[in-house]
Design a protein around this ligand. Structure first.
Ligand code: DC
Length: 230
């Protein structure tokens, strides 16, 4: 029996609803929420800013090692790369595209996984990404693998962009998403895949509330008697 608080790992492809669900589950449990995709995006942002080309894996690894990535939870969930608030800057299409090949660089992954494990030392955390249940916290008490059909995921992303006043084509979004999924799933280091002991949830015909409920139910089942939640 462990004395740390539980860890909830939520993995899945882009647009499956991980961020929304993970954030709400963390709120309900009073746990810390960590969006690991934002960390890969921050490294991609920094490499663009520093003019380090994607072909220079060592250069990008050196950047990842030298920079700090911090979440400020006092004012929503702001993301800082060193002292710069990059919360909005890491969501541009350019950074989104670059974050996938940057996340395939082993040196970058090693550094970020180390930071993520540090964040989870005390538990009491909901962490979402692609390799949380498989690599970062293989012993997490709760593991969820969220999926949705490519059409549904593209539709959700379109709505999200529309809310920011950005018009986009569903076909283009679906194509970009497919490309990112293929790359994230086929890379050698820590590819996106479901952990053997993760609970799969297909969110296609579910509301956000229903998915949150399903994850909370799973937390209740898995956390019962396994460790302290207070
Ligand atoms: O979840 P997201 O779209 O913000 O993630 C950005 C990129 O980072 C995505 O292409 C996959 C990668 N990523 C990863 O490889 N491992 C994680 N734990 C989280 C994200």
């Amino acid at each position: 029996m462990t004395s740390r608080k539980p860890i909830v790992a939520i993995d899945g492809p882009a647009g499956a609803g991980k961020s929304t669900i993970a954030r709400r589950v963390a709120e309900k449990l009073g746990f810390i929420y960590v969006d690991t995709g934002a960390m890969y995006r921050a490294v991609a942002w920094k490499s663009l800013r520093a003019g380090v080309s994607l072909s220079d894996s060592d250069g990008i690894t050196a950047l990842a090692k030298s920079m700090t990535i911090r979440f400020d939870r006092s004012n929503g969930q702001r993301v800082f790369a060193d002292s710069t608030d990059v919360t909005e800057a890491i969501r541009t299409p350019e950074v989104t595209r670059l974050s996938s090949p940057v996340s395939a660089i082993s040196g970058v992954r090693r550094r970020l996984v180390e930071m993520q494990r540090e964040m989870g030392t005390a538990g009491g955390i909901v962490m979402e990404g692609r390799d949380i249940g498989t690599v970062v916290f293989p012993d997490a008490e709760v593991k969820v693998f969220l999926t949705a059909s490519p059409e549904e995921r593209a539709r959700r992303r379109q709505l999200e962009l529309a809310e920011k006043g950005i018009e986009s084509s569903l076909d283009d979004l679906a194509a970009q998403m497919r490309e990112r999924d293929d790359r994230d799933s086929s890379r050698e280091d820590s590819p996106l895949r479901q952990a053997a002991d993760a609970a799969p949830i297909d969110t296609d015909n579910m509301t956000i509330d229903q998915v949150v409920e399903a994850v909370l139910r799973l937390c209740e089942e898995r956390m019962r008697g396994c460790c302290s939640t207070t």
